[in-house]
Structures are given as structure tokens and as C-alpha cells.
Design a protein around this ligand. Structure first.
Ligand code: SF4
Length: 370
């Protein structure tokens, strides 16, 4: 199975923690041009894959008006008629009943809603533009149209404690989604959140508080029938996100749109980062690919091991060595050494990070790189 990712980089406002390739600087003309370029680029790059997923992410894809969504979906139906999964990312402030109807009609099978928190104070700290009330209402509305709904949450927000996190989890569970992503807030780049914490206006939770929140999420979600299948992702069994599983297997995917990354035939391709630059390149008939990276086999094998260890399924070192043409038994000794230190466990022919060590997964991965 392979993945097709389409990037819509536009947002109503840049969130205070956001270091992703997205922008709040756009107008209707740019939206129209961007969509034209996106579809042109897709047509020119389209692989002949049989089994594929589609993921429309951002940015905020739900910012597109219903007319542009219809245009996008009608072309996608011609080009990619049989996706195994079709995910659309939406945010509460811009998803509407009218748009949900368009999505459902177009064959979107999975809606991912960027809730982040149901607490207005925390939403404000994050610089989100929606309110808790709007988040609840839109999640309820989305459930009327989709039986495969993901709610995105953020934890470890300045000012958050176990009580407010528990409330967020209770509200999330009461909305009966099939999938929940719970990401830790991180300080990246030079975002307003980074500057405010540097000035001492906001204080990030301590390591102990972070750990207590991480454990509370695991306990609550598992107690309500969710299975963790990746460090930050939980699903009702059978509702794991197929598209994201491709990334965690270091599989092949085509990324279309500004700043999109592809992984094809062992190469990584990077597209023009700025939306306007991307539109210019594509509409002038030029390739928007600005960089190609070819990693040596051992690097590929290591990369595959690292992303795979994020999943609870873990990795099969022999399969990884064979896939990238690395000599046998190069990866296993590294894993055995970490097992001797109690940092990895072996289940059959697969290796994984034990559940109780998932909070320190990054440190374990750093040891593999060492
Ligand atoms: S909505 Fe998402 S992509 Fe857009 S600014 Fe906020 S965090 Fe970034």
C-alpha cells in the first residue's frame, strides 16, 4: 500500500505553537491558483498504484470554500477513483455542515478534526481561533457524516494539570470518535509560544507533570477500548490510520503541494516551500521539486527502524535489512544490546519498545543512532 498526500498550506491564523509549513497570508485568488497548481502537479506526477490511500492535510484543508472543494474532489475522483482510505483534515472554525456534505458525497472516508483542547484558556494559550463550544459542536456535527472520526488533542500545555486534562479526555470520549491523536506540545523554532516561555510569561509543565499526563492519557484511552498503536495515536481496533502506518513503515508516498515531501524508489523529494513560489513553478510548467535526497542503504535501514519503533507493533530487523539490501545481522546486534539494557523487548521476530518505556522512546531512539 502507498500513500498520496495533498497539502493545503492555508490557515485562518497561525497558531502560537505552529512551526509547520502553513500560512495565514492568502486571498481567494491565491486559493484558486494554488488548487489549479496542485491538481496540475498531481496529474503530472501520478503513479500507477493499485492500492493507495489519500490524505488531504495542512494547514487547514477545511478553509477551502465548498465550490473549490467540489472542483478538487471531482478531479480526484477521475485521477484516484479507488482509495483504500481517504482522510480529510478539518478545523472547527472552518468546517461547516455544507462542507461536511460535500466531503461525504465525495467519498472521504475519514475526518480528522483539530480540536487540541476543550478548554478555552488552553486554546487561548495555543493561539487557536476556535472555542471549546465550537469544537464540541463541530465534532458532534462531523459524527453525523463520518463513522471514522479522529480527534486531535494536545497535552502538556502551560497551565494544564491532570484535572483539566482529564476533563479534555472525558469530553473527547463522550464524542465517541474512533481514533484519537494526543501529541505533546513542543517548543519549536521561533514561534510566539517559544518567545513567551523564554520571557517567563508561560511555564511549560515539568518533566514529572508531563509523565503524569502521558500516563493519564494511556490509562483513560485504554480503559475506554482504544488501543495505542503508535506513541501518540490510539484507535478502536480496526480504525488505525492506514495512511500514517505507511509513514511509520517508511513506505512509499507521493507528496503534492508546497513543502510536500515524497518518498519514492528510495529517494526523498522536496517540493518548493512557499505556496506562491510553488504555484509559479507549476503553472509555468516547471517541476516544483527543489531537492532530491538519496540516502545510502544503511541510513535507510536505520531510518526504517526508528520510525517503526514508534509503533507498538515494532520492527522485524531481518525484513528491514533485506528491504534495503543491507548485509544480514547488522541491525540485530544493536537491538540486542538495547535489549540487554532492558530498553527493548522481542516478541517473536519483532522488536519493540516496552509500553512502560514509551515515555522515553526518544532517548532510546537516540541510543540506536549513537
Ligand atoms: S491550524 Fe494547524 S497548521 Fe494551521 S497554524 Fe494552526 S497548527 Fe499550524
Amino acid at each position: 500500500m502507498k500513500g498520496i498526500y495533498l497539502h493545503i498550506p492555508f490557515c485562518r491564523k497561525k497558531c502560537d505553537y505552529c512551526d509547520f509549513p502553513s500560512t495565514a497570508v492568502w486571498d481567494q485568488e491565491l486559493l484558486g491558483d494554488y488548487l489549479r497548481a496542485l491538481l496540475q502537479d498531481l496529474k503530472a506526477s501520478l503513479p500507477t498504484w493499485q492500492d493507495y490511500t489519500i490524505y488531504l492535510g495542512g494547514g487547514t484543508p477545511s478553509i477551502l470554500p465548498p465550490g473549490l472543494l467540489e472542483k478538487l474532489f471531482s478531479t480526484l475522483k477521475d485521477l484516484l477513483p479507488h482509495p483504500l482510505e481517504f482522510t480529510f483534515e478539518a478545523n472547527p472554525e472552518s468546517i461547516t455542515r455544507e462542507k461536511l456534505e460535500v466531503l461525504a458525497q465525495a467519498g472521504v472516508t475519514r475526518l480528522s478534526l483539530g480540536i487540541q483542547s476543550f478548554n478555552d484558556r488552553h486554546l487561548k494559550v495555543l493561539g487557536r481561533v476556535h472555542t471549546a463550544k465550537e469544537a464540541r459542536e463541530k465534532a458532534e456535527m462531523a459524527r453525523e457524516y463520518f463513522d471514522n472520526l479522529n480527534l486531535d488533542l494536545i497535552f502538556s500545555i502551560p497551565g494544564q494539570d491532570l484535572k483539566t486534562l482529564k476533563k479534555d479526555l472525558d469530553t473527547t470520549l463522550s464524542l465517541a470518535p474512533q481514533h484519537i491523536s494526543a501529541y505533546s506540545l513542543t517548543l519549536e523554532g521561533t514561534t510566539p509560544l517559544v518567545r513567551r516561555t523564554e520571557r517567563g510569561e508561560l511555564i511549560m509543565p515539568s518533566e514529572d507533570q508531563w509523565l503524569a499526563m502521558f500516563l493519564l492519557i494511556s490509562q483513560e484511552l485504554k480503559g475506554h477500548g482504544f488501543r495505542r498503536y503508535e506513541i501518540s495515536n490510539f484507535a478502536v481496533p480496526g480504525r488505525e490510520c492506514l495512511h500514517n502506518l505507511i509513514y511509520w513503515e517508511n513506505g512509499e508516498y507521493l507528496g503534492i503541494g508546497s513543502s510536500a515531501v515524497s518518498h519514492l524508489n528510495g529517494k526523498r523529494l522536496f517540493r518548493e516551500r512557499e505556496p506562491k513560489g510553488y504555484v509559479d513553478q507549476v503553472l509555468k510548467g516547471k517541476s516544483p521539486v527543489v531537492e532530491k535526497e538519496v540516502l545510502p542503504p544503511w541510513q535507510k535501514a536505520l531510518e526504517t527502524a526508528l520510525v517503526g519503533l514508534r509503533t507498538t507493533r515494532g520492527i522485524d530487523p531481518k525484513a528491514i535489512e533485506d528491504r534495503w539490501g543491507v548485509e544480514r545481522n547488522r541491525l540485530s546486534p544493536i537491538l540486542e544490546e538495547l535489549q540487554a539494557q532492558g530498553l527493548l523487548e522481542q516478541v517473536g521476530n519483532r522488536w519493540r519498545i516496552p509500553d512502560e518505556l514509551l515515555p522515553v522512546a526518544n532517548e532510546i531512539m537516540a541510543k540506536i543512532l549513537d
